[in-house]
Design a protein around this ligand. Structure first.
Ligand code: NAI
Length: 455
């Protein structure tokens, strides 16, 4: 009998194993593919390995701006893909050995919830039965597949890719069409553009990067148009053919040639075929409904990560899992989504947290938006010849607190965490002013922005 069985070994699941194991709960993590889940094996981590190679290559290509000339520079895609696998293997083995050290069992196979009895929950994996006092559902999400003509067939014959295949392509496609200009679409557009593909992004909204501040989304688009990516906005894909994608734009149907197509239009929670109905777990629009402690409607069952369909990000999953495990241990905790950072690891990067100006106003806040060019940072100027980055701080005039921070800049992914801390701990502007930032850093732009706020 386990104290806890975790279904799924991605960021939500393996961290649950670690936290519960550290707390002395007898725990098993069931995983049907790879420990580390989509994030580590087919998402966040491998894409960062690809994007780092692209960034170095891009830097060398434009080295002349910084007094560096390199001859015969090339990006070896096969090498990049092989290195990506080494990065994954290193991290997966690290997680496995940590779970082993904590005496957490990793059960390979597909877990299925059979029932709940007085003894607890019964879960089967490949015909073997396991019992647990508690369950944590962390089965993640899968790519959304739209009912568009030709998509299913294209996925079956390898013409249409998802996050899984796009990170393992043996060759760089000549003409690469991306359906969906969200995070996956943009990061992959960024890599394959640098690697030599002619990239076209088809997006149904009038802007890329989804909920990102619109001005920042426009700057990102401008930078990538300058690098040769074509963006088709307000465009609705109508058909995927054998070597093309058709779309409707301004009332007309047009098409673009493609060697490969990436489908990146969002993800759906994995709630099917795991036996949730056998114990009566409530789902809403295909995702498990959870409360602030990540409890489901069934006593003894928690859910964390993408499966609750809320904020499909690995770092959200980590925190949700910690809240769930704390709740199991009787430690008071609650999940807050107010300071969840969002990052797009393009070049330049986008980092955002909290409210946009429009979002804050819509919620009734009386805000001041401080907008600065990143050129206010000395290090940014030194490192970004011709850079057009900006930072925006959204400040609540009434409470004098930071409500949001949005930036497009190098290192934005690393810098944004200081704004996350300021928002999460509800710091007041007068206290933020006392923080000493190292000089010169790109992150000092936050400090500059804070000092631009005058009551
Ligand atoms: P997404 O939700 O970020 O973007 C999907 C985009 O596709 C949206 O802009 C949407 O308007 C567009 N779209 C939807 N249907 C369409 C259609 N039929 N034709 C054209 N455009 C259409 O989803 P994405 O990029 O697939 O990413 C999935 C998840 O993975 C997200 O929840 C994201 O948070 C996570 N992720 C996070 C990353 C990061 O934090 N850096 C990196 C990659 C993924």
């Amino acid at each position: 009998m386990y104290d806890l069985i975790v279904l799924g070994g991605g960021p939500a699941g393996y961290l649950a194993g670690e936290r519960a194991g550290e707390a002395g709960l007898k725990t098993a993590v069931i995983e049907k593919r790879f420990i580390g889940g989509v994030c580590l094996n087919e998402g966040c981590i491998p894409s960062k390995a690809l994007l780092y190679s692209a960034k170095l290559y891009d830097g060398a290509l434009h080295g002349d701006k910084y007094g560096i000339s390199v001859k015969d520079i090339k990006l070896d895609h096969k090498f990049v893909i092989a290195r990506k696998q080494r990065v994954i293997d290193t991290l997966v083995s690290g997680i496995k050995s940590k779970l082993k050290k904590l005496k957490v069992d990793v059960i390979e196979g597909e877990g299925f919830i059979q029932n709940k009895t007085a003894e607890g929950f019964k879960v089967t994996v490949n015909g073997t039965e396991y019992q647990a006092k508690r369950l944590l559902i962390a089965t993640g999400s899968s790519p959304a597949v739209p009912p568009i003509e030709g998509v299913k067939e294209g996925m079956e014959n390898g013409f249409v890719l998802t996050n899984r295949e796009v990170l393992a392509l043996p060759e760089v496609p000549k003409e690469f069409v991306i359906i969906g200009g969200g995070v996956i679409g943009l990061e992959m557009a960024s890599y394959y553009n640098t690697a030599g593909s002619k990239v076209t992004v088809i997006e149904m909204l009038d802007h890329i990067a989804g909920p990102t501040d619109v001005e920042i989304s426009k700057i990102l688009q401008k930078n990538y148009e300058a690098k040769g990516i074509t963006f088709l906005l307000n465009a609705k894909v109508t058909k995927v053919g054998k070597d093309s994608v058709s779309y409707e734009i301004n009332g007309k149907t047009e098409s673009v040639k493609a060697d490969k197509v990436l489908l990146s239009i969002g993800r759906r929670a994995n709630t099917k075929n795991i036996g949730l109905e056998n114990i009566g777990v409530y789902t809403e629009r295909g995702a498990i409904k959870t409360d602030e402690q990540m409890r489901t409607n069934v006593a003894g069952v928690w859910a964390s990560g993408d499966v609750n369909g809320f904020s499909m990000l690995a770092h959200t999953a980590y925190r949700e899992t910690e809240v769930a495990v704390n709740d199991m241990l009787g430690i008071k905790d609650r999940m807050s989504y107010e300071a969840i950072p969002g990052v797009i690891y393009t070049n330049p990067e986008v980092g955002t947290v909290g409210y946009t100006e429009e979002g804050a106003k819509a919620k009734g806040y009386d805000v001041k938006c401080v907008k600065l060019s990143m050129m206010y940072s000395g290090r940014y100027v030194a490192e970004n010849e011709g850079g057009n980055g900006i930072i925006k701080l959204i400040i609540d005039k009434k409470t004098q607190r930071l409500l949001g921070c949005h930036m497009i800049s190098n290192y934005a992914s690393e810098i944004i965490v200081s704004a996350v801390q300021m928002i999460e701990t509800q710091m007041r502007i007068k206290d933020i002013k006392k923080i000493v930032f190292p000089h010169p850093t790109v992150g000092e732009a936050i400090r500059e922005g804070i000092f631009e706020f005058h009551d």
